[in-house]
Design a protein around this ligand. Structure first.
Ligand code: NAD
Length: 498
């Protein structure tokens, strides 16, 4: 394992340092003695250089036949698959989630790349009859231009792939700015694209913080901004891009709920809540941070859930025995701890956990006990705000209608689920919960790449990532009419004598 390597930006097909020469450190959140590497602390000038390279490359890439663009992407998918284990280990080291999960993250990038590369031979449009004689009508997808892609740290290879691959297959060029907390996985992904033969300037990568993100959202040569991150930053991105009429795609925070009815298979629900609540240390946009349990099964659920949460092995994700890793950073851990205090002050009960772990194997990382709050009411902040850590709030309900109302009564709308054996309740909840994703008898996490992914309300702005829906973010419809009558025909005015 190489420790403390110096990494570079990728601009116009070359690996280059920041023009300032400045770098920032990235350390392993499970052990801060472990320096992952130094990454360019890019300037606005670096970002402008990357945008210029993407702008230049667009003129030729948009004309490469889509099936040929796809061939390069298929090759990239294959290359990632051959390096899955190496990439998963790098990812666990840089952002902490356990190896099983980082393997899943890399697998998601492989799946997404294969799935959307196949669109190179489809990218279907429509043909339609014209209302006029001897006239042909069709619509087709056209590429848009330079796409700025701004990504978070919790799915550091999957999320870049969700954006880069549909952008490229549609004929756009991109500038990626990964989170400063997990840039290595993006670099690994981009290196594979380079090796697969993506031409110079088509994919560019600049590492750095908010100032790099800001120029990527306002620069006049950027046509599309695709952002995944917190709702607070997403709002800024939207405001910054709005005066320039850029196409903006936002995937933001969540406060997802699992509803457990009195007829639920409780063992199954317990397993689902553990995975949904504490998988990725609760740092998933789709994390099940609320459990809404029917009063008839509430106590039995809490008893089982506490036991299971207590048995989770917390530690370094590289250790095969570990079930839950650290928070990503000291700042994120402090946020978790502050919400634990808020919950106590609001009158909720800590049924399990509640403390930072600081000794032995936890001494050099950002570890926290899996924490369960009971006696939570829907109005408490711990039931309404995104904590993004290993904290689950259990709320009691008396009916499916009440559970649905509580689920909907937050600003977010990403994912929700219901555990029940009653098909009527399942369908009612499926219809009435206003989220972008819904599960029956499964937790709130587990999306597959070929279906649209995204949320309602403060989680998204109406676009979707993944699935064929992602093509709508990265292409624009052009409707084309070909008149072969040899005379002027006026739609809506000339009448047709039959
Ligand atoms: P964040 O909002 O802090 O940062 C996201 C990205 O935005 C980073 O690359 C960051 O450097 C950049 N950024 C920061 N300020 C910026 C600015 N002013 N202009 C442009 N870019 C800027 O989020 P995070 O902590 O990296 O990720 C966690 C958040 O992401 C959570 O809220 C989580 O729910 C959300 N998330 C959502 C989804 C989804 O698909 N809905 C998926 C994963 C994570």
């Amino acid at each position: 394992m190489i420790s403390g390597m110096t990494y570079l930006n990728f601009v116009g097909g070359k690996w280059v340092p920041s023009e300032s020469g400045a770098t920032f450190e990235n350390r392993n959140p499970a052990n801060t003695d472990d320096l992952i590497g130094l990454f360019p602390d890019s300037t606005i000038g670096d970002a402008e250089g990357a945008i210029a390279a993407a702008r230049h490359a667009f003129e030729s890439w948009r004309l490469v036949p889509a099936p040929k663009r796809a061939e390069i992407l298929f090759k990239a998918a294959h290359l990632i698959a051959t390096r899955k284990e190496e990439f998963a280990r790098d990812m666990t080291r840089e952002m902490g989630k356990v190896l099983d999960e980082t393997r899943g993250d890399v697998q998601e990038a492989i799946d997404m790349t294969y799935f959307l590369a196949a669109e190179g031979r489809r990218l279907h449009g429509q043909t339609a009859p014209s209302e006029l004689r001897d006239k042909f009508a069709m619509s087709l997808r056209q590429p848009i231009g330079v796409c700025s892609l701004i990504t978070p740290w919790n799915f550091p290879m999957a999320i870049p792939s969700w954006k880069i691959i549909p952008a490229l297959v549609c004929g756009n060029t991109v500038v990626l700015k990964p989170s400063e907390l997990a840039p290595l996985s993006s670099i690994n992904f981009v290196k594979v694209l380079e090796e697969a033969g993506v031409p110079a300037g088509v994919v560019n990568l600049v590492t750095g913080g908010p100032s790099v993100g800001e120029i990527l959202t306002t620069h006049r040569d950027v046509a599309v901004v695709s952002f995944t991150g917190s709702t607070a930053v997403g709002k800024l991105v939207n405001q910054n891009a709005a005066p320039f009429f850029k196409k903006v795609h936002l995937e933001m925070g969540g406060k997802n709920a699992i509803m457990i009815m009195d007829d639920a298979n409780l063992e199954l629900a317990l397993e689902g809540c553990l995975w949904g609540g504490f998988g990725t240390t609760g740092q998933r946009c789709t994390a099940a941070s609320r459990v809404i349990a029917h009063e008839k099964v509430h106590d039995r659920f809490v008893e089982g859930f506490i036991k299971r949460a207590a048995s989770l092995r917390v530690g370094d994700g590289l250790d095969a025995a570990t079930q839950m890793g650290p928070s990503i950073s000291e700042k994120q851990l402090q946020k978790v701890m502050s919400y634990v205090e808020i919950g106590k002050q609001e009158g909720a009960t800590i049924a399990r956990g509640g403390k930072r772990l600081t000794s032995g194997p936890h001494a050099k990382g950002f570890f926290h006990e899996p924490t369960v709050f009971t006696g939570v009411t829907p109005q408490m902040r711990i039931a309404r705000e995104e904590i993004f850590g290993p904290v689950v709030s259990v709320i009691k309900c008396a009916s499916v209608d009440e559970a649905v109302a509580i689920t909907n009564d937050v600003i977010y709308g990403l994912s929700a689920s219901i555990y029940t054996q009653d098909i009527n309740r399942a369908f009612k909840a499926m219809r009435d919960v206003y989220t972008g994703i819904f599960y029956v008898n499964a937790p709130t996490i587990g999306a597959e790449v070929h279906l649209p992914f995204g949320g309602t309300k403060a989680t998204g702005n109406g676009h979707r990532e993944a699935g064929l829906a992602s093509l709508d973010v990265f292409s624009e419809w052009k409707s084309i009419y070909v008149d072969f009558s040899g005379k002027l025909q006026r739609a809506q005015i000339d009448t047709e004598n039959i």
